[in-house]
Design a protein around this ligand. Sequence first.
Ligand code: AMP
Length: 142
Amino acid sequence: MNVGDILQRPLITIPAGRTLLEAARLMVENNMGLLVISDPKDKTKPAGVISERDIIRAIGSGRKLDVSVDEVSTKQVITVRASSEVAEAAKAMNRHHIRHVVVVDEQGKLAGVVSMRDLVGERATLNAILQSNEKEVFIGGD
Ligand code: AMP
């Protein structure tokens, strides 16, 4: 089973320069824990990501909700190709201690986001991960 097979939801992006409050609203409206910040020069490319974890961390360290998403986002985006096995997405999450991976097509263009919730949500996906012949153990985050 490929990552592309489990891409269900439309990609939710937020332009650079928007605030944490706007990001939190978008997350709530779309039931998404991670937004992709699109590259202003090429909207098909990710310039960063912001997750609910980043917003909580920002609030916990005293930042206000009108701060720009760029100030708390992660710029080095972890991606997997839509054509990769779902086990690759699980391994990337495990390796980088993240609960989301950004999915790109063969040209590196944005295709969507897969969350840990998506991976564990279907028996077929779990089976595909378990049947992966790699010996690496998948230990998720929280
Ligand atoms: P998460 O556990 O996915 O909510 O995110 C935990 C941390 O990892 C946050 O700082 C996110 O910005 C970052 N993060 C999550 N997913 C990715 C990703 N695909 N690429 C880069 N950083 C990420």
